[in-house]
Design a binder for this molecule. Sequence first.
Ligand code: UT7
Length: 367
Amino acid sequence: MPYAHITGWGMVVPEKVLTNDDLSQMVETNDEWIRSRTGICERHVAGEGETSASLAVEASLRALKVAKLKPTELDLIIVSTSTPEHLFPATACLVQDQIGATKAGAFDLLAACTGFIFAVNMAAQSIRSGAITNALVIGSETLSRFVDWGDRNTCILFGDGAGAFVLQADEEPGGVLSAVMHSDGSGGDLLVIPAGGSKHPTSAATIEEGLHYIRMDGREVFRFATRVMARATKETLESAGLTLEDVDLVIPHQANKRIIEAAARGLKLPIERFMINLDRYGNTSTASIPIATVEAIENNRLNAGDKVVFVGFGAGLTWGALVAEWTGPLPSERRVYPGWYRFWARIRSLLLRVVRLIEGILWGRHS
Ligand code: UT7
């Protein structure tokens, strides 16, 4: 039975930065309140032309370069997002087309901020079963497009960005060791975008009421988060046959520094064992764990052989954790330039559209 190793990683955030001082010009808040209550100092927000798919493509190409894997070798692409480009098609299909992953099946997964953990687990299980060899998992969000910039309860929290992992099959033991996934839909109303789906399709009335924006009961979500983070971490370690002493680094969902500190207290682990970078990115939802992972690697806090726990919570409600033995790229002499594939993918996509047009004319659809 093959093991599912994490062999590539990449992240990207939009260039535009929004500081706490910028926000204090927009709503009644201030830098001191935001820093002390959340730990956030600034966040990145998407500019014109930047979307969940464009950020996902960028992060993916970086991850593929690290793994030395061609897009054409991918079997599966999962995009975890709560801010897809459209209700359909899936953002994953747009990514598949733009990177030229010619043989990959692609779909989106929605489990809010926990989504990246769920998606990595799904990809790992597919590899472990022997069904596939190479997978790309992306967490990508443009939450700034769904934030009510007049609501100080939510607009101070969120940021945009994307992160990606490449997972590959290998006979060498290691990689994803275990994961737990949990949900409680009875808390669905605590963090929700009420309209724009099939229950309340967009209308003048839903827009008038602002139902297309994120609504959150911050205190309740806070209470829920502090309850589940430590519990999920212990559960996944137990099912991997590991203990807290084995853990080199915990990479939690970056929602609020106080939530992470509460998890550290609950686990009786020093806070230094936790990766925290929300001060510069805010809460990028499902992208926060892969973004924090890339920074942990760049800062030498995560190295081959380390045991790392990813743990998160979010809307749904959902929560989960995953433990992995960190691998790094599989040994390979070859050089891969995934960026080239983006160029050829564009030409391929255009040709496919032209062929579809010609077929339509030949079969009479355009007559
Ligand atoms: O990925 C999951 C996404 N969601 C979360 O992780 C959210 C989890 N919740 C939180 O992080 C925290 O609940 C918040 C950061 C959202 C709020 O912090 P809090 O310590 O729970 O504040 P609070 O809601 O209890 O509000 C305390 C006070 C209130 O004033 P009063 O009623 O005590 O007079 C608020 O009106 O702070 C006020 N307040 C603000 N003041 C300045 C709320 N938002 C702000 C603000 N600036 N932005």
